[in-house]
Design a protein around this ligand. Structure first.
Ligand SMILES: *[C@@H]1O[C@H](CO)[C@@H](O)[C@H](O)[C@H]1NC(C)=O
Length: 442
């Protein structure tokens, strides 16, 4: 029996939302099966010399709609010896050059995306301690902040300006001591890194027990990137899987100008006022039908009236609105921060699990594991909170292996997406293959 089936059998019959440890075991089992099947072997995937536009539903071997494949680099061509990817984020230099920080189990690879979309591999920062399937990075100013689920990893602080002088063809392996701006060791392992750019705050979430924050928001002040300092902890809601923190300017005038975090808390959406780092306050904690593993989400509009929430296990476990295994996004009306209302759902045409989504100018860019990048127009929420008006406007499926069966709800394909470059180039990091540069043509 495959490991995945063993874990799934163990999961059957649980009544409550899944804990992080169970979810971790489930994913590790899937990835161990993949490893055995050769999914991360050297030369398992072909290098791509040039991009290929999406024509009649295909870009090379990939299914697509209105999303061109501009460039691609394999994990093995970005210095990884484990050849397995995870998170990704982007940085734009002061003169508009665009760079990616590409997560891999054994480190972070750096690439530049040139004006024509082509990719140049510039070097890598190895993991601070051991390899881990979970590595997460976010950028504030010119610095990237990197955490991982490796014991004693802490937070790597790396100055992206170091990439500006590297010549193409001469990639550098940076030192995990002398090339770091700082290494913050106030926590060891972490599951995810949240950045509040306007406030120069990093929130590490899912930190281990030694950090003493119950996996909640572990607040690190990075106003001076060379000297990160602990600013506080929000542990009241327990483990936080991911979060988005903003200076609030939405309709609930009681909180105007406050620092508000939207926390995705395994079985609930928690909203917290973290203005006072020493005394953060939970405003509300809201559960919903179908909650199986509350994973991540993003504000849907600049007015802060709605957010989109993804539950990572409802598709695989066929729970609630996700029983048909099509990727399900929950719409939440947050007009009243003390009483959020789940107003509806959007279902992707494709069967897949959802992972990270980021909203940019009215479109949600969803990294949906086996069905790849899905771009969803969410502008209809202003007039229709049910989610019925949300429409997929483009996609790029980076995981052809499950195309013949119409998709599968499994932890394969893509991990995350970065859609914020001014050029419109989109980075999609695949777990098995490498980094894709994509462009929406609609
Ligand atoms: C962050 O650190 C700066 C100094 O580097 C300090 O002025 C500021 O008050 C700190 N903010 C918080 C929330 O601790």
């Amino acid at each position: 029996m495959k490991l995945t089936s063993v874990v799934l059998t163990a999961l059957a019959g649980r009544a409550t939302a899944t804990s992080m440890e169970v979810l971790r075991q489930l994913k590790l089992a899937t990835w161990s099966d993949l490893q055995e099947s050769g999914a991360y072997d050297v030369d398992r995937y072909q290098a791509l010399r040039a991009g290929t536009p999406c024509v009649n539903g295909k870009a090379g071997e990939y299914q697509c709609n209105k999303v061109d494949l501009v460039a691609f680099l394999r994990h093995q061509d970005m210095g990884s010896s484990t050849r397995k990817g995870n998170d990704v984020w982007g940085w734009t230099s002061s003169i508009g050059r665009e760079f990616g920080a590409v997560g891999q189990t054994d480190g972070t690879a750096f690439v530049e995306i040139l004006k024509d979309g082509s990719l140049v591999y510039l070097g890598r920062l190895p993991t601070q301690t051991s390899s881990s399937s979970w590595r997460d990075m976010k950028v504030i100013g010119d610095y990237v902040y990197i955490g991982a689920e490796s014991s004693n990893h802490g937070l790597q602080v790396f100055d992206m300006k170091k990439l500006l002088t590297i010549q193409p063809g001469s990639p550098r392996t940076f030192s995990i001591s002398s090339d770091l701006t700082a290494r913050y060791s106030g926590f060891g392992n972490s599951h995810n890194i949240v950045a509040h750019e306007e406030k120069n705050m990093i929130y590490a979430v899912g930190t281990g027990s030694a950090a003493g924050c119950s996996g909640g928001l572990f607040m690190v002040n990075v106003t001076n990137p060379a000297n990160p300092t602990k600013a506080g902890c929000l542990s009241a809601g327990g483990y936080v899987h991911d979060a988005q923190c903003v200076i609030y300017k939405g309709p609930d005038s009681r909180y105007t100008g406050r620092e508000i975090c939207f926390n995705y808390n395994e079985d609930s959406l928690d909203i917290a006022d973290v203005t006072s780092k020493s005394n953060p306050v939970t405003i509300s904690s809201t559960k919903y039908t179908g909650a199986t593993y509350t994973h991540q989400g993003w504000l849907a509009d600049d007015e802060m009236r709605f957010l989109l929430l993804d539950d990572e296990l409802d598709e695989q476990e066929k729970k609630g609105p996700a029983a048909n295994q099509r990727t399900t996004t929950y719409v939440v009306d947050i007009t009243n921060l003390q009483r959020p209302i789940f107003t509806g759902t959007y279902q992707s045409p494709a069967k897949a699990i959802d992972h990270n989504q980021y909203v940019h100018k009215g479109f949600s860019y969803q990294a949906n594991y086996g069905s790849g990048l899905r771009i969803v127009d969410v502008r209809s929420l202003k007039t229709d909170p049910t989610g019925q008006g949300l429409r997929e406007v483009g996609f790029f499926d980076c995981h052809p292996a499950d195309d013949s069966v119409g998709g599968r709800a499994e932890f394969v394909g893509t991990w995350s997406v970065y859609p914020y470059f001014a050029s419109g180039h989109i980075l999609l990091n695949s777990i098995e293959r490498g980094i894709f540069v994509l462009k929406y043509t609609g």
